[in-house]
Design a protein around this ligand. Structure first.
Ligand SMILES: C[S@@+](CC[C@H](N)C(=O)[O-])C[C@H]1O[C@@H](n2cnc3c(N)ncnc32)[C@H](O)[C@@H]1O
Length: 346
């Protein structure tokens, strides 16, 4: 049982108006408020109005919201960013964060309106909000180039924010070749190969995303060791010859039976002693947190594919055992996001 104090009426406010709170965060990003205040702190309301080119009422609404939410502060009539926003800017992580906000605004937001129906029907009803006929969100990006750009900017940013944990926690020193299953634009493949000069990485991706990954790999100068294999990870056999299979932000998308199937495919492709590494947000075994895992699960239940969520550690462990893996290890990561790593051996 949780030891947290009981919810109050005041605690209900940011939940009741959670969608509105997000709109202020997004508006502050898209209208350039946070960027302006990062460049020029301590601006008056009039400075902000003129700097953003907004009308009087509009700047009043914006600053009322961002200041009430503590995204900005006002001291003696002058506005600044919250210290945490300026810290992200100083650390060079603001653009990554803003790319996540844009993904929530332009892809996640609308689909989440179908959350109730998605739970009722136990399927991703929110996909109907994305134009096209592809069988899941990823297969619809080719029909929606703007959303494809928003998605891969976000995915790269989310992975860049988190993958230092993967590099720190997993010893790739003795690994020769990694299969990066559904590796996106190769963000993690490039990070791994960049960190370990002996390592080869093959990204498995759908044909529509292959060229996006190839461009990134060419830009990174790692085309000699990082390659792309266009395939359908559910229908085509995994290439053999790798001694490590990485699932990064991948098994959150699918239903449990599909995850067992993907892990079986990894098991089949690996030699004895080969490793599977799962890197993802993970929820607690007792099913009541962390908060970000719960909130992010709305998207995975409503939008990308028939049924995913931020699964619990024990679920991954069960599926790995079912697929034939042994020596299953948890590598918890203390971070802002609920990322964790599970490594297992064939
Ligand atoms: C959530 S993204 C994760 C990307 C990357 N692993 C990362 O951590 O940044 C999932 C990726 O899986 C790919 N994917 C989805 N279904 C696939 C399929 N059937 N075959 C191959 N790749 C697939 C998508 O195109 C997408 O790039």
């Amino acid at each position: 049982m949780s030891a947290d104090p009981d919810l109050t009426l005041d605690d209900l406010t940011p939940i009741l108006f959670g969608h509105a709170a997000f709109q202020y965060l997004n508006a502050g990003c898209e209208l350039g408020l946070f960027a302006l205040l990062a460049r020029e702190p301590d601006l008056t309301r009039e400075n902000v109005r003129d700097g953003l080119g907004l009308a009087d009422r509009a700047v009043d609404v914006l600053l009322l919201g961002t200041t009430s939410l503590r995204l900005t502060t006002r001291v003696e009539g002058r506005y600044r960013n919250a210290p945490v926003i300026d810290q992200l800017v100083r650390e060079g992580r603001w653009e990554n964060f803003a790319n996540v906000v844009a993904f929530e605004a332009h892809i996640v937001y609308e689909g989440q309106a179908d959350f109730v129906e998605s739970l009722r029907d136990n399927t991703n009803v929110g996909l109907r909000r994305i134009r096209g006929t592809g069988r899941d969100l990823y297969h619809r990006f080719a029909e929606n180039p703007h959303l494809e750009r928003v998605f891969y900017r976000y995915m790269r940013s989310w992975s860049e924010l988190a993958n230092p944990l993967l590099l720190q926690k997993v010893d790739f020193g003795r690994v020769k070749k990694v299969l990066d299953v559904g590796g996106g634009d190769a963000v993690n493949a490039i990070a791994l190969a960049g960190e370990h000069p002996h390592l080869e990485v093959t990204v498995l991706e759908i044909p529509a995303t292959g060229p996006i990954a190839r461009r990134r790999i060419a830009d990174s100068g790692l085309s000699d060791r990082v390659s792309v294999h266009e395939c359908d990870i559910f229908r085509d056999p995994f290439p053999t010859g790798a001694d490590c299979v990485l699932f990064s932000h991948q098994l959150v998308i699918w239903e449990p039976e599909q995850n067992v199937e993907l892990l079986r495919r990894a098991h089949e492709a690996l030699p004895p002693g080969g490793q599977t590494v799962i890197f993802s947000s993970i929820s607690d075994d007792d099913g009541d947190g962390p908060l970000m895992a719960a909130l992010d699960s709305v998207y995975f239940a409503a939008l990308p594919a028939e049924g995913g969520m931020i699964y619990a550690w024990r679920q991954y462990e069960e599926w790995l055992r079912e697929a034939g893996f042994t020596r299953i290890h948890r590598l918890p990561c203390a971070a802002w996001t609920p990322h964790g790593i599970i490594a297992a051996t064939k």
